[in-house]
Write a protein that binds this ligand. Structure first.
Ligand code: HBI
Ligand code: FE
Length: 293
């Protein structure tokens, strides 16, 4: 994966200079009109789409943050509001950072956000987390005290899981909750995962399409389930309330890891007899050519 140019910092394809914690200056003044315009396009289309699709906590978080279509947000201003609410800060990084660095930030309530923005050719899809994914997708939920605590616990648990060799299992939990989680609200299924909330196409697919499975989240089940990073999810896991996440964070994962690592991993589209299935997907999207996977 070639990292996109970091408005001047990485000219010539050189890796940007980084400190041990990989943080850099956001370089807010260096964003040009084209970059703010990309933000505006993404922001407008997503904020039209999300009311009625994102959960109430997400929408409220958005409203309370100094974020608008006008320009890419300044992380310092976001952090002022966010830290008063939940004690979190947003720090700038050049893109993906090593796992241990990522976890250490989260464990200290710092959310590492990519400072670059996707190119206009990549509006709908990129794998590297950019400022739109990280800020629009994640920061509204970090205004919620429950998610704030859960993501910190993930950072703390990540360091332990890495030592035990169980990072794959923990990363699956993060993926199917913080990134691609759905929440059962009294008025229907809603989005709380940042990977969905920052995607125009997936925020429709995950709720409207008959294709994916929607299954009640069970901790061990999720820890066994592989995920796709290059396409829509085949399965979404649904929680009943955000408090369910916090209850999970209180569990000692050590005995779980022992059980789960002894079991075979599950394909992303598997449905088990014991699953509590809200919607059994017909798989038409992923299996449209008739292939088994
Ligand atoms: N770095 N900037 C950034 N953002 C992420 O979401 C991220 C990362 N490094 C590692 C990582 N995620 C994950 O693979 C861990 O959650 C396991
Ligand atoms: Fe993310």
């Amino acid at each position: 994966m070639t990292p996109p140019p970091l408005h001047g910092l990485a000219a010539g394809g050189l890796a940007p200079p980084h400190s041990p914690d990989w943080t850099i200056d956001q370089g807010w003044a260096a964003y040009g009109p084209a970059e703010h315009a990309t933000w505006k396009t993404l922001f407008e289309r997503q904020s039209r789409l999300l009311p009625g699709r994102a959960c109430d906590e997400f929408v409220q978080g958005m409203l309370d943050l100094p974020m608008s279509a006008d320009e890419i947000p300044d992380f310092r201003r976001l952090s002022e509001v966010l830290s008063r609410r939940t004690g979190w800060q947003v720090v700038a990084v050049p893109g993906l950072v090593p796992d241990d660095v990522f976890f250490d930030h989260l464990a200290h309530r710092r959310f590492p956000a990519g400072n670059f923005i996707r190119s206009p050719q990549q509006l709908d899809y990129l794998e590297e987390p950019d400022v739109f994914h990280d800020v629009f997708g994640h920061v509204p939920m970090l205004m919620n005290p429950v998610i704030a605590d859960f993501i910190q616990a993930y950072g703390q648990g990540g360091l332990r899981a890495r030592q035990r060799g169980c990072l794959t299992q923990l990363a699956r939990l993060y993926w199917y909750t913080v990134e691609f989680g759905l929440l059962q609200q009294s008025d229907g299924l809603r989005i709380y995962g940042a990977g969905i909330a920052s995607s125009y196409t997936e925020s429709q697919f995950c709720l409207d399409s008959p294709s994916p499975h929607r299954i009640r989240l069970d901790l061990e089940r999720v820890m066994r389930t592989d995920y796709r990073i290059d396409d829509f999810q085949e399965t979404y896991f649904v929680i009943r309330s955000l408090d369910e996440l916090l209850q999970m964070a209180a569990i000692d994962f050590a005995p779980l890891y022992d059980r789960v690592t002894g079991l075979p991993a599950l394909e992303p589209g598997t449905v088990l007899p014991q699953d509590d299935v809200l919607h059994r997907g017909d798989g038409r999207y992923h299996h449209r050519d008739g292939s088994p996977s």
